[in-house]
Design a protein around this ligand. Structure first.
Ligand code: HAM
Length: 419
C-alpha cells in the first residue's frame, strides 16, 4: 500500500535547513538588544482562554472578529491560539503578581503566533514574533528605550530601507475630546452597515480603511494629535526628544491606526519599503488601560512585537543574507563497529569543547563517506579504522587543500580547528 504525502497547513511559515540558519540569525539579532538592556525571558502558553483576547485586544479589531483560531477543548472551554503576545504577558504578570515587585517589569518573548488571515507573501497564519513589554511606569524614557531597542534589532541585521512611524493616541481625556468631534464628522458620511458597526465600537478604525473612497472621505477627519491633553502632549514631546538624542530617526504619522485596540499614548510602527503590501516589520506602543481591563491594577505598559518572518524577507530583499551553508569543524568516518563506538566518544568530547563534529553513519564504504564529508562542507576529516584504534594515532586531513597531519586521538581536543 502506498501512503499519500501530507502537506503543511495552508499559509504557515516554516524554516528547514539550510534556510533555517538565516531565520535563527535574524531572530537572535532582533532580540539581543533587549537582553542587553536587562529584559528577562517570559515563556507563555500558545493557547489561552478566548476571553483574554476578546477583552484584551478588542472586539472591533480584525484580529478578534475574523482571525482567531478558536476552538472548544475537551472540557468544553473556549480556547484560542495566541494571535499576539501582549495580552498573555499581562495575564501572566497579574497571575504571578510580578506587578507587586520591582517596577517596571521588563520581559522579552519569542515564539509562534496565529492569525487566520488570507495568506500572501509576508502574511502567514502561523508566524514568528519577538517582543518586549515594560510594565508599571509611565515614563517617556521607557517609551524611548523600547523603541530604540527595536531599532537596534533591525540595525543589527543591517537593514537600511525602513522607517519608524510614530504618533500619540493620547490619554483617555485626549481621546474622549477627539471622539466627540470624530463621531460628529463620521455622522456626515454615508457608511455601509459593517463599517458603521466598526465605527460605533472604535471610530479610529475608519482611518485604517483601505478603500479609496473611505481614504478620501477621511482626509478631512479631525486628528487625535490635535486633541492631545497637555500631559499627553508633553509626554510625547519628551519621547521625541529622547529619540532625537538617541539618533533614532522617525516620521510622524498622525493617521496611524494599529490593528489592536489596547493602544494609548505613544504608538509606533516600523515600515520596510521593499516588502510590498505587508510592509510592517514591527510595531507597538503604550497600553495604559490593559492591565486594569484584565482584572489587574491600573498600571501602564509599553512594548513591541517584531515580525521575524518579515524581517528575514526584508534582509533578503536588501541582500543581507548570504546563501547559508552549514559547515562543521570535523567529519569522522568510522570503519567498523569498534571504530563507530570510538567515533561516538570522540565526537561527544569534542562537541563539549564547542567543536562541531559530525559522524558518517550508516556503514558507508570509504568512498561514499568521503563524498558525504565533502558535501557537508566540513573543514577537517578523520578516517578511523582498526589500525588507527590500535595505534591511537589518526591522520587529520584539511579539506581546503588536502594537507594532512598526524595527531594522537587523545590530543584531538587540543588540535586547532582553525577556530
Ligand atoms: P502587531 O502589529 O499586530 O502587534 O504585530 C507585530 C508584527 O508582527 C507586525 O509588525 C508584523 O511584522 C508581524 N505580523 C503580524 N501579523 C503577521 C502575519 N499574519 N504574518 C507575518 N507577520 C505578521 C502586536 O502583535 C503587538 N502585540 C505588539 C506589541 C507588543 N504592542 C505592545 N506590545
Amino acid at each position: 500500500m502506498k501512503f499519500e504525502k501530507i502537506a503543511a497547513p495552508k499559509g504557515v511559515s516554516e524554516y528547514a535547513p539550510p534556510d533555517s540558519a538565516a531565520f535563527e540569525w535574524v531572530r537572535q539579532s532582533l532580540i539581543d538588544p533587549a537582553k542587553l538592556a536587562g529584559y528577562q525571558l517570559i515563556e507563555l502558553p500558545v493557547f489561552e482562554d478566548t476571553t483574554l483576547f476578546s477583552r484584551g485586544v478588542g472586539e472591533s479589531t480584525d484580529v478578534v472578529s475574523k482571525e482567531m483560531y478558536t476552538f472548544e477543548d475537551r472540557g468544553g472551554r473556549s480556547i484560542t491560539l495566541r494571535p499576539e503576545g501582549t495580552a498573555g504577558v499581562m495575564r501572566s504578570v497579574i497571575e504571578n503578581s510580578l506587578d507587586r515587585g520591582q517596577l517596571p517589569v521588563k520581559v522579552w518573548y519569542s515564539g509562534a503566533f496565529f492569525r487566520a488571515e488570507r495568506p500572501q507573501a509576508g502574511r502567514y497564519r502561523q508566524f514568528y514574533q519577538v517582543g518586549v513589554e515594560a510594565i508599571g511606569l509611565d515614563d517617556p524614557a521607557i517609551d524611548a528605550e523600547v523603541i530604540a531597542i527595536a531599532d537596534r534589532g533591525f540595525k543589527k541585521i543591517g537593514l537600511k530601507n525602513y522607517r519608524l512611524e510614530i504618533t500619540s493616541l493620547g490619554d483617555a481625556k485626549s481621546r474622549a475630546a477627539h471622539r466627540v468631534d470624530l463621531l460628529k464628522f463620521i455622522s456626515t458620511l454615508t457608511l455601509d452597515e459593517a463599517t458603521a458597526a466598526r465605527a460605533a465600537i472604535n471610530p479610529l478604525r475608519l482611518f485604517d480603511d483601505k478603500r479609496d473612497e473611505m481614504k478620501q472621505a477621511m482626509e478631512k477627519a479631525p486628528l487625535l494629535m490635535d486633541y492631545l491633553s497637555p500631559e499627553s502632549e508633553s509626554h510625547f514631546k519628551q519621547v521625541l526628544a529622547y529619540l532625537a538624542a538617541l539618533k533614532v530617526e522617525y516620521v510622524l504619522n498622525p493617521r496611524m491606526v494599529r490593528g489592536l485596540d489596547y493602544y494609548t499614548g505613544t504608538t509606533f510602527e516600523f515600515v520596510h519599503s521593499d516588502l510590498g503590501a505587508q510592509s510592517g516589520i514591527g510595531g507597538g506602543g503604550r497600553y495604559d488601560g490593559l492591565m486594569e481591563t484584565l482584572g489587574g491594577q491600573n498600571l501602564s505598559g509599553i512594548g513591541f512585537g517584531l515580525g521575524v518572518d518579515r524581517a528575514l524577507l526584508a534582509a533578503k530583499a536588501e541582500g543581507l543574507i548570504a546563501k547559508s551553508a552549514f559547515s562543521s569543524d570535523l567529519f569522522l568516518i568510522p570503519l567498523g563497529d569498534n571504530a563507530k563506538g570510538a567515533a561516538l566518544s570522540i565526537s561527544a568530547q569534542l562537541c563539549e569543547l564547542g567543536i562541531v563534529t559530525e559522524i558518517a553513519f550508516g556503514d558507508r564504504a570509504l568512498k561514499g563517506a568521503m563524498k558525504a564529508a565533502d558535501k557537508s562542507g566540513s573543514r577537517y576529516v578523520i578516517v578511523l579504522g582498526e589500525a588507527e584504534l590500535a595505534s591511537g594515532q589518526v591522520e587529520i586531513k584539511r579539506m581546503s587543500d588536502g594537507a594532512t597531519s598526524s595527531v594522537k586521538i587523545s590530543d584531538l581536543s587540543g588540535f586547532a580547528f582553525d577556530k
